[in-house]
Design a protein around this ligand. Structure first.
Ligand SMILES: [Zn+2]
Length: 425
């Protein structure tokens, strides 16, 4: 920005005469006074017209250089996304605006606590923006004492503007996001919300890249199974360790004339990569089962909450009469890392070759419940499986809740015999 523009901006902010401000600014700069310092001294001379900012503005900073040690800064950047959201704070509902802002140096999250009329793509100068720490990063806060000015010139930035995204690229914390998806699963639920009982929708959305779960907190009629829709202004939260799309009262849902063809395949990756992604809703991992963990085989669950009971004791409900069930916790190792694949009653019954009643009979005959887990271990330990499901990561480790569990077609034994056959030819 040149002196002319700086002077014009400053003069209009101070309500002072532009020619005078420009002359003073040029003077100071010609005496090698740094531009920001020169502007500060002119603010003092002409009096800050903006009473709210309470005097001198803090120094201008590159967005990448904003630090959690800063109390407030002045930045100029381009709004990449603007998401509108309602929050309850001290008993009252507030509408806030959140997203990311970028300049040449990088990008950063912001929250606007007032309606400044922000729009994605705008280039703004935010004077006296607050800085707070959010998940270890400095986040910008635009509040009462912040002056927002929309600049007529557009700042070129190295990031996409407007928030249009593929599902596979979404991460918890993304806001002001637009997606084009097919509604793959959708059910209506009544929950006990902050205003009593509320109807919400939840299910699964898919696009050409992957599938993700969603919640619509203010049911939109076009969100219906098998509909293709464009959803503007959504935000992404973490749900059971994987990203989940949140549709709100501020989201716009428009039916699409085209059909979004969802990717039916789960992305296939190494255990290390999948864990590095911090949880995935739908992923395929291939590895050897090296162990069947405790809590597998014939188990009992609390009839109230479904938690696994130990000696008829539920962690939440105390003494209960456990309901028998089948489950397998198999440690899967692909050489880059391990996950615990959790196989439900159906998959476990397939591996075991019998249902819950068969397992109970087996255990009664042997007078030992662990025989079921032993039989399962004998079948799967040492073999290679391709497991698809939802990967979640918590303090206890990485769990893959399996939707499918299939022996890898190209298992090492097959590969070895193929190799042998080739050698023998
Ligand atoms: Zn219970």
């Amino acid at each position: 920005m040149d002196i002319e523009n700086e002077a014009e901006e400053l003069a209009s902010a101070l309500g002072a005469d532009k020619t005078e401000v420009k002359r003073d600014l040029e003077n100071l700069v010609s005496y090698s006074v740094p531009l920001e310092e020169a502007k500060q001294s002119l603010r003092r001379k002409y009096g800050d017209g903006d009473g709210a900012s309470g005097g001198a503005e803090p120094e201008s900073k590159d967005i990448a250089d904003v630090d959690t040690d800063d109390s407030s800064v002045t930045i100029t950047g381009r709004l990449l996304t603007v998401g509108k959201r309602s929050i309850r704070y001290q008993g009252a509902d507030h509408t806030i605006f959140e997203g990311e802002i970028a300049d040449d140096s990088g990008k950063r999250s912001y929250t606007a606590w007032e309606d400044f009329g922000l729009g994605a793509g705008q280039t703004i100068r935010a004077g006296n923006a607050g800085v707070r720490e959010w998940e270890g990063e400095a986040e910008l806060n635009f509040g009462e004492s912040t002056s927002i000015e929309t600049l007529s010139e557009t700042l070129d930035v190295a990031y996409p503007v407007g928030g249009e995204a593929d599902l596979i690229d979404l991460e918890p914390g993304d806001r002001g996001i637009t997606v084009e998806v097919q509604v793959l699963e959708c059910e209506s639920k009544v929950i006990d919300g902050r205003d009593g009982e509320t109807e919400i929708l939840s299910g699964v959305l898919g696009d050409e890249t992957t599938r993700l779960p969603f919640t619509d907190w203010d049911p939109h009629p076009s969100i219906e199974e098998s509909n293709s829709v464009r959803i503007e202004d959504t935000y992404v939260r973490e749900f059971r360790g994987a990203p989940s799309i949140n549709v709100s009262e501020f989201s716009t849902v428009t039916p699409l004339s085209r059909t979004v063809e969802p990717n039916q395949d789960a992305p296939s990756m190494s255990v290390r990569e999948a864990i590095g992604a911090g949880g995935m809703f739908d992923v395929e991992l291939t590895g050897n089962v090296i162990e069947v963990r405790d809590g597998s085989g014939l188990i009992e669950r609390c009839p109230e909450c479904g938690r696994v009971t130990q000696n008829d004791q539920c962690r939440s409900h105390g003494q209960v009469e456990g309901v028998p069930d089948l489950r397998t916790k198999a440690i899967l190792d692909d050489g880059t890392g391990t996950v615990t694949a959790i196989l439900d009653d159906g998959i476990t019954a397939d591996i075991y070759g019998g249902d819950v009643a068969d397992a109970q009979e087996h255990a009664r005959d042997a007078m030992d419940m662990t025989v079921v887990a032993e039989a399962i271990a004998e079948t799967i330990v040492g073999r290679e499986y391709r497991v698809r499901g939802t990967l979640s990561i918590d303090e206890y480790g990485a769990n893959l809740n399996a939707s499918t569990f299939a022996e890898a077609a190209d298992n090492p034994a097959d590969r070895a015999s193929t190799l042998l056959a080739e050698v023998e030819q």
